[in-house]
Design a protein around this ligand. Structure first.
Ligand code: UDP
Length: 239
């Protein structure tokens, strides 16, 4: 079932269901991409039709932020829970490892994806790291050649939004792997940035934890009230 929030069609699934659906996609071999959309992504979709098409072109769209859950509740179509890349990707890697599957890592500053790959290899014995490339290259020829050669099952794109969603939509036909835009998750996998403690996550305060660690995110977070206001107007006016 899809839940519309300001023009973005979210899949209303629990984390367990999302894992099942994403794994089915992986096993189908048909490719496709997954977006975990936070409020910033939804707002950006309202301002940029090409970006909205890229996000809605995903096989699966999940609610990454507590703001999305609030918005869905205001609209009277609640979403069951958050499905973040940080929760979903480790589950998929674990499933891939059990069947000797492979993952390719593309994104983050030079060296980060390689280190993330080494950490993942030891965390998930059986998982094949098909390759790693930093997210600041200007020529992607060698990257595409590596993807063609290695044929990974899963491609993690840590280029940040909106770049990663546009990249996935643009290259959907060229790439056989299932792709997921993971934002800064490669930095987390490499051990460079810690994830919020579970107690903070349970309280829906992961955003606050990230804000304390990276105060420069403050400007970005100022957009959350704008998002909730747009949702309330939509509820009131029904437009
Ligand atoms: N990044 C990248 N190439 C770029 C710009 C950013 O690979 O040209 C990476 C950056 O190093 C970081 C990630 O994209 O690893 C963005 O992280 P952030 O936490 O800002 O992601 P978001 O909150 O946008 O999902």
């Amino acid at each position: 079932m899809k839940t519309d929030i300001l023009g973005v069609a979210f899949d209303a699934l629990t984390l367990d269901e999302a894992e099942e659906r994403a794994d089915t996609l992986l096993r189908s071999g048909a490719g496709g991409y997954i977006v975990t959309a936070n409020p910033e992504i939804v707002l950006h979709c309202r301002e940029d039709a090409a970006y909205a098409a890229a996000v809605n072109g995903a096989a699966l769209v999940f609610a990454d932020g507590v703001g999305d859950l609030c918005a869905a509740r205001i609209l009277g179509t609640p979403l069951p829970e958050r499905v973040t890349g940080a929760d979903l990707v480790p589950r998929l890697l674990s499933r891939l490892a059990q069947r000797s599957g492979s993952v390719f890592l593309y994104g983050a500053r030079p060296g980060v994806a390689q280190r993330a790959g080494e950490k993942l290899k030891s965390a998930y014995p059986g998982l094949r790291i098909a390759g790693a490339e930093n997210g600041y290259i200007s020529d992607e020829t060698a990257l595409f050649a590596a993807l063609e050669r290695e044929k990974p099952d899963l491609l993690l794109l840590g280029l940040g939004a909106p770049r990663q969603e546009l990249w996935m939509a643009r290259n959907r036909q060229k790439i056989n792997a299932v792709m997921i835009g993971v934002g800064g998750l490669l930095d987390v996998f490499a051990g460079d940035i810690p994830r919020a403690p579970e107690s903070w996550q349970r309280l829906g305060l992961e955003w606050l934890y990230r804000l304390i660690r990276e105060p420069k995110r403050f400007r970005r977070m100022l957009r959350l009230p704008k998002y909730l206001w747009a949702v309330m107007l939509k509820r009131i006016r029904g437009t």
